[in-house]
Design a protein around this ligand. Sequence first.
Ligand code: ATP
Ligand code: MG
Length: 275
Amino acid sequence: MTTAALPVQHAVEVNAVSRVFAGRKGASVTALDAVSLTVAPGEFVSLIGPSGCGKSTLLRLIADLDTPTDGSIEVFGKSARQARIDQDYGIAFQQAGLLPWRTVTGNIELPLELHGTGKAARRDRAAELIELVGLSDFAGHYPDQLSGGMQQRVAIARSLAESPSLLLMDEPFGALDEMTRERMQNELVRICAETSAAVVFVTHSIPEAVFLSNRVVVMSPRPGRIRDVLSVNLGRMSDRGENLREDEDFFHSVSQVRELLHGATPTGARGVETR
Ligand SMILES: Nc1ncnc2c1ncn2[C@@H]1O[C@H](COP(=O)(O)OP(=O)(O)OP(=O)(O)O)[C@@H](O)[C@H]1O
Ligand SMILES: [Mg+2]
């Protein structure tokens, strides 16, 4: 029996993508300039970089909410457009974006409803997700009866409703206090370990990027480019817990990312790829 080598199937493949926005009076902004990046299935990749370096632009392009000026994007080997039609990914952004007139269950069911899933199946799936994000006692509550962190958990549950193999998250914890944020990070790590979803995660927080990621992509502005990619060697997702935050390797990775962000070459850098 011969085994033909299968082509590597990336969760995301961004190939020499540029995005130029036309400005007023003919001035244009190069939000992204020839950016290339691949994300493996099940891999957690964070994008970090100063404001305006093109993180959200890149995420929106992957989500097919915008189209590149140049270059190409594939999601699970398909065009970004096809992946959107096939609902291959879930999205969670900074604002939870819940519908105030729908309960927790109703909000989580929404994507399933829009795509024609039957009522009983919707209820079952919503109940499962509500348990996953620890909101079982709040299934019938409305968004304004929940804290910011709880609303964000509903948004994450909603993004997982259709069991996407890819999650696109743009500063989903940006509005949360530090304690809630760390709790949400712990939960996200657990959810990722349980669902094996690949994640592209935008954040401004270095410790958050390190804690969550397999790789941290450091970007630089004007024009938006990938400056460095740091592999975070802190073990498997399923083994990452609260103790990791006090770990020496964790601090080491945090200072590596910080140095990369500030443009210095880290001394004794381990696992650093430079592009
Ligand atoms: N729709 C648009 N029209 C014109 N310019 C845009 C548009 N969207 C983004 N830009 C510009 O592209 C650049 C990158 O913006 P983007 O929102 O991707 O940055 P970001 O890295 O997400 O920043 P932040 O960390 O502040 O969210 C910025 O200079 C921004 O002004
Ligand atoms: Mg942004």
